[in-house]
Ligand binder design. Structure first.
Ligand SMILES: [Zn+2]
Length: 60
């Protein structure tokens, strides 16, 4: 008997929804596409490739 059918209530609070919708931009080129927000970088992928190396990230 499968009793695993419990309600999967997503406990994701909506507090963080769109915190500053327009603020999500690349610091360098201003693009909002493919942003990398982890590590507090807030730069896009393209700039990340360039800046990432100087910051300490390497392409593996
Ligand atoms: Zn950029």
């Amino acid at each position: 008997m499968a009793e695993k059918e419990k309600k999967k209530s997503k406990g994701v609070p909506l507090e963080h929804k769109f915190q500053g919708k327009g603020l999500r931009k690349c610091r360098f080129c201003g693009s909002a596409r493919a942003l990398i927000r982890s590590y507090g970088l807030r730069i896009c992928r393209r700039c990340f490739r360039e800046v990432g190396e100087s910051v300490g990230f390497r392409k593996y």
